[in-house]
Design a protein around this ligand. Sequence first.
Ligand code: COA
Length: 242
Amino acid sequence: MLSASSLLTASLGAGPFFKVPAAEPRLPDDPGQPAVLVPIRSIGPGERERIARHLLDLDLHDRFLRFGYAASDEQVRHYVDSLDFERDEIFGIYNRRLEIIAMAHLAFPPADQPIDCAEFGGSVSKQVRGRGYGARLFDRVIVTARNEGIGMLFIHALSENAAMLKIARKAGATVARTGSEAEAHLQLPKADFDSRMAEIALDNFGEIDFQLKARAMQFWGFLHRMQAIRRGARSTTEHTES
Ligand SMILES: CC(C)(COP(=O)(O)OP(=O)(O)OC[C@H]1O[C@@H](n2cnc3c(N)ncnc32)[C@H](O)[C@@H]1OP(=O)(O)O)[C@@H](O)C(=O)NCCC(=O)NCCS
């Protein structure tokens, strides 16, 4: 069981997560006023359909930025079906309807290859861009990558992808551009007590938020059903009285 003091320690060690993102989109380079914390949850294999819906919602240009080519719906589906939840880590930010509005994929090398490198890929739904979700996802991925013994994180982006390259650079990555492509790599410090405690706290925060949203959704569903029954009962009474 997680004690309050260890959660507090973890929160303090969680660094940028508690530098809160903006609730409204900000213009690039506008410091803005931070407003809400962002819960980020580890996504499981039971949520492939949610992931697919988020990715299929990206337009062709965004898919081009995300995958390096303008992935068709079929290619997106294939990517989702082949996600390896045993090896990789997928993180998501959910809205109140439990739809994924932002996600990150931390891809580890196959188990038989002793390489301490991993790759970051991510996407944020258009309507919630510029709120810091992309940067928070990147920070979240770094914590897990460190704790899994990754020493170098790679980000493959197109040179035109100003937002992604800014996120990587701000985290300390070195960016090398070759024409339309850019390769960024970020050297990660070794895991320590803070990074391990931060991961526990962040996982808990993301999971609690998801469960609360799930319960709220159930409750609203129940209320709507009750209202429908009441409306039905009222119209039957009115019909019998007239
Ligand atoms: C790249 C992407 C994930 C960024 O998500 P986001 O939530 O909008 O990013 P953030 O709000 O965290 O912004 C990160 C930084 O980029 C800046 N930024 C955002 N959009 C920008 C733009 N169009 N041009 C320049 N800078 C921009 C922000 O101001 C912020 O800088 P700051 O920290 O100094 O304020 C999102 O644009 C996306 O999903 N794009 C399509 C898919 C993709 O490109 N994936 C990445 C390939 S791995």
